[in-house]
Design a protein around this ligand. Structure first.
Ligand code: ADP
Length: 644
């Protein structure tokens, strides 16, 4: 490549001097470019990289000095010569202050011009070298800072992402050694019981030495750091040398501090070279020791949570019931072996999977689907092989929900046996009862009776009627439970309710009660057995009258919601204690607060529930003792029933 002649840029107003300068420079084999205004000057500076700039004292009315100052800020090594109209001491002072290379004034001799230019170039070259050296030096120390920062940032992120304490602490010590240029590094932790320090991580120490290393807190340099909480550093030249257990030339220790206390020391040392550690090294060590402290605390917290988790895991694994814990998005957080066994899921890890994908049992999925809106929380889950589980869905705020599955197969079996037994007995009872009734009625016909005999006969008749009622109830229940009650028709529950209320008016009047009927909209028919539906309505309204004192109010209502007919009976009666509520639908169960004088067998609600469920409906109770009770029955509407 041909060596190009140096380019001199002349930025000054048009004048004979400019011409002269141009010629003189050409004659001395310089390349010359002219910038008559600052736009061209700016462009030329950027595009042509001139080796020298000659600037007029004024350029288009702007001060050449001001322009120089601005240019030198951006091109500090560019030599600038100011061409002034006349000489003055002020002029030189200003030029010197701004770092302008030279000032030229008329009268101008070509020699002077060329000499000034050469001088300025030479000086500029020297400054250029110096600047380059300086820049290199600063850049390399900047690079070192960047490296340090990078190492620290990397370490920081590894602390947050890894829970392997050993590897984090080893990285910390390695970084300490590398960033300070030390020969050795160690992280000593306090063993409070023995008041000693042991080496938790080390760099460039023999493994055996590191493992057995023990340092008393008392009388040791590291111990002093623990006591005072202040960093310590010394080297061969420090005035107050302090002995360590092994010979080192220079050393720096900083405390390892958690939020509550000082738990150890991070240190580096030199045993062969005598290079001292400075304040910057101390600062680096402090940052690193903070990292180590965070990592140690993280590990402690993790260990604590892990312990808790393991405890919970063990507890849940050993529970007799199936337990499934889910997050808010129905993903499995935990599923115990019993639950896996119930659904035949194998022992693989299912955490994180969506529950509905893992468990395909139709009723179970239905329980989950309805769990959020349906207040019914207990469900019976049946399997084809005869197993039955009582399933409970409980929302857990912030986390999600837990589903527990209790095996009630044996209870169901006992219940069935009981039902069978009752059914047989009732059957066997019915014929003798009919016979008793028949003969009692015949008594009056076969001969005259006195008043007392007639009274006794009435008692017998009443009792037999009661027993017959009970037996009939039991037989009904047995039939419905056994699934024999399959008769289905289009039924207007509205008509049934109106009819029942009318029929019971006399009873209501006798107790000075008020009965209301709320039917505000068209109520769709349902698909069922009219006799059974009448039993449901009759039992609930009769109970409401029975368990409400004189003067109370009974409110019945019917409405339709989402293809469901909702029938409610509310009263202002005695209410049902919460502890009795889960049992009132069981056979023969009467609540603890059932008034003494109120007759009953505890069968009515069992029949009601069995009928409702046989009609694919649901029933539940809402009651407050002393305020009243509300029974809510939901039955599928006729259309939806047909279409499903
Ligand atoms: P019973 O023949 O005793 O009325 P049920 O099966 O109909 O039997 O009801 C079971 C129990 O539930 C009752 O004994 C009573 O304690 C309670 N109970 C039912 N309905 C009501 C109501 N409307 N108000 C208060 N308690 C009620």
């Amino acid at each position: 490549m041909m060596q190009q002649a140096p380019l001199i840029l002349l930025a000054m107003d048009e004048s004979p001097t400019l011409k002269l300068l141009e010629q003189a420079l050409h004659a001395s084999s310089y390349e010359v470019a002219i910038a008559p205004d600052y736009i061209i000057l700016e462009k030329s500076l950027l595009e042509t990289s001139p080796s020298l700039l000659v600037l007029g004292e004024k350029l288009r009315g702007k001060s050449g000095f001001d322009l120089s100052a601005a240019i030198l800020e951006r091109f500090p090594t560019l030599p600038i010569i100011i061409f002034a109209d006349s000489e003055s001491p002020d002029l030189y002072k200003r030029a010197l202050k701004l770092g302008i290379s030279d000032v030229l004034c008329p009268p101008l001799r070509i020699d002077d011009i060329v000499r000034a230019i050469k001088r300025s170039q030479k000086r500029a070259e020297q400054t250029g070298d110096w600047v380059r050296r300086e820049v290199k030096r600063t850049t390399s120390s900047l690079q070192q800072r960047v490296d340090e920062m990078q190492a620290l940032v990397q370490l920081g992120s590894s602390i947050n992402s890894t829970l392997d304490l050993d590897s984090v602490l080893t990285s910390v010590v390695t970084a300490a050694v590398e960033l300070t240029g030390a020969e050795e590094g160690q992280l000593l932790l306090l063993d409070k019981k023995n008041n000693e320090l042991y080496m938790r991580a080390g760099r460039n120490f023999e493994e055996n030495f590191a493992r057995t290393f023990r340092l008393p807190v008392k009388d040791s340099l590291a111990g002093q750091v623990i006591h005072t909480g202040q960093p310590i550093s010394f080297d061969v030249d420090s005035p107050n040398k302090i002995k360590t257990s092994y010979l080192v030339y220079s050393l720096a220790y900083v405390p390892l501090r958690t939020q509550e206390e000082i738990i150890g020391v991070l240190g580096v040392d030199n045993r062969h070279n005598k290079r001292p550690f400075n304040q910057h090294h101390e600062l680096l060590l402090t940052v690193l020791s903070d990292y180590a402290a965070i990592a140690i605390q993280n590990a402690q917290h993790y260990e604590e949570t892990e312990n808790e988790r393991t405890k919970l895991d063990t507890t849940i694994s050993n529970i007799q019931d199936g337990v499934i814990l889910m997050d808010k998005f129905d993903r499995i957080l935990l599923i115990n072996p019993v639950a896996k066994r119930i659904f035949g899921l194998g022992l693989g890890n299912l955490a994180g999977r969506n529950i509905a994908e893992v468990i395909e049992h139709e009723d179970f999925v239905a329980v989950l689907d309805s769990a959020t809106e349906n207040p019914l929380k207990h469900h019976e889950l049946s399997f084809e092989d005869g197993r039955v589980f009582n399933t409970q869905y409980t929302p857990i705020p912030e986390i999600g929900a837990v589903v527990t599955l209790e095996d009630i197969t044996h209870l169901k079996m006992v219940d069935r046996l009981k039902s069978d037994f009752i059914h047989t007995i009732s059957h066997d009872l019915r014929s003798p009862l009919t016979a008793i009734m028949g003969y009692v009625e015949l008594l009056e016909r076969v001969g005259p009776l006195n008043d007392q005999q007639r009274l006794f006969i009435r008692h017998v008749q009443n009792s037999v009627t009661n027993i017959t009622g009970l037996v009939n109830d039991l037989l009904d229940l047995g039939r419905i439970e056994a699934g024999f009650d399959t008769h289905r028709d289009r039924v207007s529950i509205e008509q049934i309710l109106r009819y029942t209320v009318e029929n019971l008016e006399q009873q209501v009047l006798e107790k000075k009660q008020t009965i209301r009927l709320n039917i505000e909209q068209h109520i769709p028919d349902i698909y069922g057995n009219p006799i059974r539906i009448r039993q449901v309505v009759d039992n609930l309204v009769t109970n409401a009258i029975k368990y409400t004192p004189e003067g109370g109010t009974i409110t019945t209502s019917l409405r339709e919601e989402d293809q469901l007919v909702i029938f409610e009976v509310a009263d202002t009666g005695v209410g049902i204690p919460p502890s009795d509520q889960p049992h009132i639908f069981e056979k023969f169960y009467r609540a603890s607060n059932a008034p003494k004088g109120v007759p009953g067998t505890g069968l009515g609600l069992a029949i009601v529930k069995t009928i409702v469920e046989a009609h694919r409906g649901r029933i539940w109770v809402d009651s407050t003792v002393g305020q009243g009770t509300k029974f809510i029955v939901m039955l599928p509407a006729y259309d939806s029933e047909l279409s499903s």
